[in-house]
Design a protein around this ligand. Structure first.
Ligand SMILES: [Zn+2]
Length: 518
């Protein structure tokens, strides 16, 4: 990272000192899991790893090639063929008879520096700190070898990327934008410092996830700093309405701001991705030629809107599983009739099954328990009173509306040939890292075939994040990122829930050794 960007100011140093004192005065609460110490295996440098007798899935065409040998050397796939390998001294041969090989999965929308916690207080502090490391391991364990981080605590992100680089932390490849490029008060319209004093103090260590520019000059200066250090895209937040209960309109970019942002993106070869839930934001995405629409829209799109989106080659990452989680039935005594569709009823059942299941592998349980307890606030305060009572919770009605319109919009986009990706929005409360399989199964319930789901989570995602020449398929010349499955995911998409092995950069990870089960 560009050093100047994250040098601490005097004020931040004082905050840091105050935080250290605050942390020392807290009891070191136990009950959170330990980070597994694990080194991946594979062939040494210059030697070849042969994966033999593999059933290789062609995600572009939805086909299987049987009895293939995949040769990997120095992190790159050197060949995929039906030849029997000619292994030499030092090479490693791994027999994958009756096992299926997919390209490494990609989570095209998540927040790796967010712990999935509803609130930050002393009770969950240590679990949260631990969770921020676990996030990376959970993604790898579930076969996700690349993620696109959609808005991060920049210092924390770069600290952890350095650890991954040194081999001290196991994690996926991370494509990132650093902070959100949001106007002052724009989405996500929450200052962590507002949520808790502790979170405010922590920002000295973590950097701020919101850019929050006030004028064009500040926008230009902050964009320059924010894009330093390897950011490959700009994350915009395009709506002018808050998703929080009890909060109405929020500031949105002016046309002048958007002109400056898109000119900067073009000049610096940065992609643009926008958080969009409403037609207001969607209309501006079409107007300015945004590269990807993130999330789903709360109204039905017209055929003309879909056609324009297709013509402008705008991608989308629908993140419908996070919508399902935030559409909380806990807010209602009885769900309004208009929301009682088969798709929503099924969503509620799936959601309940998931939050009541043993989630040890996906979250520190203290974080999950606190999240569940938090849901009671909907009835305790009433949605409209939550914000003024300093309870920051998403508006369920808003998300139930997306549950109503999301599937039809998505199927229309698919028919129009729009490239649809797959992402979790993990880091949001109740949506945890390593749950891409939930979004994949959700796309299946919406009406995507298994072959289409697999393409969304690999090849399409690789296109969306601008890496399709390097990842997204199992092909000669690509980076050796692969997921090994015991069952055929073209027949049964649930096979993706439990990979038997995960390969990233040619190194082999055993998911069982990356378990958090106690
Ligand atoms: Zn997000």
């Amino acid at each position: 990272m560009n050093k100047n960007t994250f040098n601490l100011t005097r004020r931040e140093l004082l905050q840091k000192a105050a935080l250290s004192a605050a942390l020392l005065s807290l009891p070191n609460l136990t009950g959170f899991t330990s980070i597994p110490q694990y080194k991946p295996t594979g062939a040494p440098a210059g030697k070849t790893l042969y994966l033999t007798n593999a059933e290789v899935i062609d995600v572009v065409r939805g086909l299987i090639f049987s009895n293939q040998t995949i040769a990997v050397r120095d992190g790159i796939i050197r060949s995929v063929s039906s030849w029997v390998p000619d292994a030499r001294e030092g090479d490693v041969v791994l027999d994958l008879k009756n096992q299926y090989v997919l390209p490494g999965l990609i989570d095209a929308h998540c927040h790796i520096t967010m712990p999935g916690a509803s609130a930050l207080n002393a009770g969950v502090l240590w679990a949260v700190i631990n969770q921020l490391k676990r996030n990376y391991i959970q993604q790898i364990r579930q076969g996700v070898t690349t993620i696109r981080d959609m808005g991060a605590l920049p210092k924390t992100l770069h600290d952890n990327l350095a650890l991954i680089q040194k081999g001290e932390l196991i994690g996926p490849r991370v494509i990132y934008c650093n902070s959100f490029t949001n106007i002052n008060g724009g989405h996500p319209d929450l200052d962590p410092g507002e949520m808790s004093i502790l979170a405010g103090l922590l920002m000295a260590f973590t950097g701020h996830s919101n850019m929050w520019f006030k004028d064009t000059e500040e926008l230009k200066e902050k964009m320059r700093l924010n894009s330093a250090g390897g950011a490959s895209f700009i994350k915009l937040t395009m709506d002018k309405i808050s998703v929080l209960c009890g909060k109405g309109n929020i500031p949105a970019y002016s046309d002048e701001h958007l002109k400056i942002i898109f000119a900067f993106a073009q000049k610096n070869n940065l992609a643009t991705a926008g958080h969009i839930h409403t037609k207001f934001g969607f209309g501006r995405a079409l107007q300015f030629g945004l590269d990807s629409v993130e999330h789903s829209i709360n109204e039905l799109l017209t055929p003309e809107e879909i056609e324009t989106m297709a013509r402008k080659k705008i991608f989308t990452v629908p993140t419908m599983s996070v919508v399902q989680m935030i559409a909380a039935p806990e807010a209602y005594d009885e769900l309004p009739k208009k929301f009682r569709t088969d798709f929503i009823e099924q969503g509620i059942t799936e959601r309940r099954k998931y939050i009541d299941s043993n989630l040890t592998e996906f979250t520190e349980l203290s974080i999950h328990k606190a999240n569940l307890a938090h849901l009671a606030n909907y009835k305790k305060y009433g949605c409209e009173n939550l914000y003024k009572n300093k309870k920051y919770m998403a508006n369920p009605e808003f998300y139930f509306n997306i549950m109503l319109t999301g599937p039809a919009n998505l199927l229309a986009m698919k028919d129009a040939g729009i490239v649809i990706g797959c992402g979790t929005d993990a880091g949001v409360p109740l949506t945890y890292h390593g749950t891409l399989w939930r979004e994949m199964e959700m796309l299946g319930r919406i009406g995507f075939s298994n072959a289409e789901v697999l393409r969304c989570a690999t090849f399409n995602n690789a296109k969306i994040i601008g890496m399709v020449d390097k990842i997204g398929t199992v092909d000669t010349g690509k980076i050796a990122d692969m997921v090994i499955l015991k069952e055929n995911p073209l027949k049964k998409i649930e096979a993706c829930r439990r990979p038997s092995l995960v390969i990233k950069d040619g190194k082999i990870y055993d998911p069982e050794k990356l378990s958090f089960a106690t």
